[in-house]
Design a protein around this ligand. Structure first.
Ligand code: 3PG
Ligand code: MG
Length: 399
């Protein structure tokens, strides 16, 4: 996959042209109301640009995980309303993403008009990447713009298939996501560090393996650090850990060493008998975790050490919290490191790129999201990129 082959619609005359935009409108929602509009805000500049150039803008997206047929719970109707509010422009909704209902709505669009088509996953052909379904969608437009980086790890009809049947372009958010990740991984300002946290080693083995070949410092936190501690012969009491992965951790550590990547582990930790709000907590050295206690966060000495490691780095890639940040006080380690990274970013001495659902929630809780150089809108797709995998939605745009 040659990313330099991605083309955008820059310079194209789009007046009166029907542009099918694959966006990711898969936003968190509750009882028919959008609870976090970040993903909508991120696609707005791209939609405004197409509209102001006179295109007929037709937005395609999945929403939730319906079972291949329509249902009210997964309707994009409330999302289309929210999108219209944020755009400050009328947005029409077609009750289907193919066929006469979609055609009628698109025929009614003036130049610059915007329509959202109902959930693409209401058709089984979407997730099966059925070429016939892709063709039926393609009939509605003249060109295809993929602006859904966060769905690019899915080889579905509207994320991948459409690129084979229409002239296909990369949207501005997709381009922005890719350039941020390339700036951190492919041509970064060295030395580079990655913070990898989260609960389990098992879900992050490919990430750890790939990153250890790319960064200079691999800083480990979260429940997965416990398995690294176990691998070093340290007892972790009742902590979440994966003893069967100790051998895998040894392999990761050997490979990292061979590539001069330093693995950085906690020195002190915050422990508690239970993972519950209000349960008593204490800070101890990692070698002093009692049998009946569990590790729920990194301690202040660890944070100071991580900050010190980062002080010699110019680029930081962050995926995964350092502790169980959902319950106080176990977010303090993550928040403190996030604030330190944010301060370095503001001062212009550190490039910071972060992504993943939990990571973004933790950065939001620390109040530093706006200070990071780039915060991805993607979860699964961000992770697969960190694994070094080719994302089918992007690969299709480079052919
Ligand atoms: C996401 O939210 O990660 C993307 O929209 C993809 O959704 P999916 O995991 O249901 O494919
Ligand atoms: Mg997901």
């Amino acid at each position: 996959m040659n990313l330099d082959k991605l083309k955008t619609t820059d310079g194209l005359d789009l007046r009166g042209r029907r542009v099918l935009v694959r966006a990711d409108l898969n936003v968190p929602a509750k009882n028919g109301a959008v609870t976090d509009a970040t993903r909508l805000e991120r696609i707005i500049p791209g939609l405004r640009d197409l509209s102001s150039r006179g295109a007929k803008v037709i937005v395609l997206s999945h929403f939730g995980r319906p079972k291949g047929g329509p249902d009210t719970e997964n309707s994009l109707a409330p999302v289309a309303i929210e999108l219209g509010k944020l755009l400050g422009l009328p947005v029409s909704l077609a009750a289907d993403c193919v066929g006469p209902q979609a055609e009628a709505v698109i025929e009614g669009l003036a130049e610059g008009g915007i329509a959202v088509l109902e959930n693409t996953r209401f058709h089984k052909g979407e997730e099966k990447n059925d070429p016939e379904f892709a063709k039926a969608v393609a009939r509605l437009g003249d060109i295809f713009v993929n602006d859904a980086f966060s769905a690019a790890h899915r080889a579905h009809a509207t994320t991948e298939g459409l690129a084979h049947v229409l002239p296909a372009y990369a949207g501005p958010l997709l381009m922005e996501e890719i350039s941020a990740l390339r700036a951190a991984l492919e041509h970064p300002k060295r030395p580079t560090a990655a913070v990898v946290g989260g609960s389990k080693v098992s879900t992050k083995i490919p990430v750890l393996t790939n990153l250890s070949a790319k960064v200079d410092k691999l800083i480990i936190g979260g429940g997965m650090a416990n398995t690294f501690l176990l691998a070093g012969g340290v007892e972790v009491g009742k902590s979440l850990a994966e003893p069967d992965l100790v051998a895998t951790v040894h392999e990761i550590m050997r490979a990292a060493k061979a590539r001069s990547c330093e693995i950085v582990l906690p020195q002190d930790v915050v422990i508690s008998p239970r993972f519950e709000a209000g349960s008593p907590s204490a800070t101890v050295s990692t070698i002093e975790v009692p049998k009946d206690q569990m590790i729920l966060d990194v301690g202040p000495r660890t944070v100071a050490h991580y900050v010190d490691v980062l002080s010699r780095c110019n680029t930081l890639l962050w995926n995964g919290p350092l502790g169980a940040f959902e319950i106080a006080p176990f977010g303090e380690g993550t928040f403190a490191l996030a604030r330190a990274a944010a301060a370095r970013t503001r001062e212009g001495t550190l490039v910071t790129v972060a992504g993943g659902g939990d990571t973004v929630a933790a950065l939001n809780a620390a109040g530093v999201t706006g200070d990071f150089t780039y915060v991805s809108s993607a979860g699964g797709a961000f992770l697969e990129w960190l694994e070094g995998r080719e994302l089918p939605g992007i690969a299709a745009l480079t052919r």
